[in-house]
Design a protein around this ligand. Structure first.
Ligand SMILES: NC(=O)c1ccc[n+]([C@@H]2O[C@H](COP(=O)([O-])OP(=O)(O)OC[C@H]3O[C@@H](n4cnc5c(N)ncnc54)[C@H](OP(=O)(O)O)[C@@H]3O)[C@@H](O)[C@H]2O)c1
Length: 250
């Protein structure tokens, strides 16, 4: 047994959104820390790339293609997965709209992925006792909508704030099984989510300069926080939102 409290040896961890960005990096780093990983994503080819990059040939990693907004996909995922010690919910989507154009349809589209499907997956995992007693759940929220309120980010921000609220309710309820539930709120991180967005390279450089530590995050900056929350080093941490934002929200 490892004496490193951050080790994930012997833990099986589900990582959603593992076909890209933060989820991909998290899955790889969890495997490097000794964990067995179930990677979940929508895009089969990119999910296979992540799967191929996992470390640990002695462990039985798995991959499941799943659209989290599809009920049948979710049920197939739940029924097929092994008992879990950790769950990392990274799947998410982003939009920027001034408030006057933020119609109900836009809220529905973003909440469907960032909130409803995320919460439903967690509900089913808990109800079907797929998370072992003493397990750890990490939801990837955002500083947007929880500590930073930039114009245009209202739809996305509200979906993440709702997620943080639910995280706290679950943290209280799941504590009777010693299952910890926490969130990470990152600032902007270099991933396809922002690189495929509407900001020009020049706008990104100017925005990056607002960060006290002088740069946007890298996926590994968030993945390291996830590893902490999954590990026994965080055994007394639940209901917390860990801000990882290069100082933006100071
Ligand atoms: N990047 C940032 O600046 C930033 C900042 C704060 C918070 N976050 C949050 O961090 C999380 C990861 O974001 P990222 O930057 O890594 O984005 P990304 O590179 O675009 O990855 C998003 C992931 O979510 C998956 N996904 C989206 N819709 C899905 C659905 N309906 N069913 C299943 N999977 C779905 C995607 O799967 P496919 O690619 O296979 O479709 C992909 O794996 C998100 O929750 C995001 O809101 C990101």
């Amino acid at each position: 047994m490892s004496i490193n409290p951050f080790s994930l040896e012997g833990k099986t961890v589900l990582v959603t959104g593992a076909s890209s960005g933060i989820g991909r990096e998290t899955a790889i780093r969890v495997s490097q820390m000794g964990g067995t990983v179930v990677v979940v994503g929508r895009n089969r080819g990119r999910l296979e790339d992540t799967f191929a990059a996992l470390e640990g040939t002695d462990r039985v990693h798995r991959q499941v293609v799943c659209d989290q907004t599809n009920e049948e996909d979710l049920e197939r995922l739940i029924d097929g997965i092994p008992q879990l010690d950790g769950v990392v919910q990274c799947a998410g989507t982003s939009v920027l709209f001034p408030f006057q154009f933020s119609t109900r349809e836009k809220y529905d589209r973003v909440f469907e992925v960032n909130f409803f499907s995320t919460v439903e997956l967690l509900r089913l995992l808990y109800k079907k006792k797929k998370i072992s007693n003493g397990g750890s759940v990490v939801l990837i929220a955002s500083v947007g909508g929880t500590t930073v309120f930039d114009t245009g980010n209202g739809v996305y921000g509200a979906s993440k704030a709702a997620l943080v609220s639910t995280m706290k309710f679950c943290a209280k309820e799941f504590a009777k099984k010693r299952i910890r539930v926490n969130a990470i709120a990152p600032g902007r991180v270099h991933t396809p989510l922002i690189e495929s967005g509407t900001m020009t390279d020049e706008q990104i450089r100017m925005d990056e300069a607002k960060y006290p530590l002088g740069r946007y995050g890298e996926p590994a900056d968030v993945a390291h926080g996830v590893i902490y929350l999954l590990s026994d080093a965080a055994a007394w941490v639940t209901g917390a939102m860990l801000v990882i934002d290069g100082g933006l929200s100071i």
